[in-house]
Design a protein. Sequence first.
Length: 336
Amino acid sequence: MPDRTVFSHPARHGVAVLARQMTLPIELGIVHQLFGQARAGATPDGEPLYEVVTCALRPGELRTDGDFTLNVAHGPEALAQADTVVVLSSYDDYEQQEPGLTEPLADAFARIRPGTRVASICTGAFVLASAGLLDGHVATTHWRYADRFAALFPQVELDPDVLYTDGGEVLTSAGCASGIDLCLHMIRRDFGMAVANDVARRTVVPPHREGGQVQYVRRPVPEPSSPSTAAARGWALKRLGEPITLGQMAAQEAMSVRHFTRRFRDEVGTTPMNWLTQQRVERARELLEESDLPVEQVAEQAGLGTAANLRQHFHAALGTSPSAYRATFRGPGTAA
């Protein structure tokens, strides 16, 4: 058992939060708030179950992405004493061009005891991957940096759609707010659903969010450099609520169905009917966000026919339901 000079309550689960220069304070606040609210017996007067300390590669002042700094008292020695290490993101991650840890980070990670649980928030996954902790694991990170992560770390199985991943001793989360989902998941794993739900209620967040980060990503179908099927696409976009056949789309370009389908796939990267479904789901998203139309009318106006058909395509594309999506992006009192 290591000498707990940093953690003053040996009976509590020790969480060390590693912050670096140009850190995002919201992520640090999430970890302290969520773990700090966990109480024995899932009651406000229960004993705290975690002790959370912030550490840096070197004690002292850290710059943030705001107009203030953080004064961090602990250095990397906290990592050697922690039961869980949470690595926050840093603006340095956004510019990483080569795999591998800097010397200070490598020295810090060498202090972590075998068997310690290590988690990352947002692009903190770049650090875990550089340390080799994610090799052979499924991991995630912010969707904006997924392509760079995949190129740097081909040995990691990247899933850019989920809110978090759990590989046992190594966990990752997507964008910074997904740190909430990850912390609640770890609390649920450590002390059960009742404690995690109590933390969620007192923090006023859902104990579990439906779907993944894919629902937060606008993914327009890329427009090709050659416009030979552009007229058909433009024609279809104006009529998403109407029945549209492959023959009608091909006729807009005066092509045979076979030739049109081949050209469309070459230009857009998918079939005309798949593209049409994608556009209809996007239209349904807009209607759910911007209108109070019931789900049946959303399905009709988006060209997806029935509410059941809308739900099926919506879940396949976004991993959530129209009702849950509307509640997320329109707020309470907006039932689908």
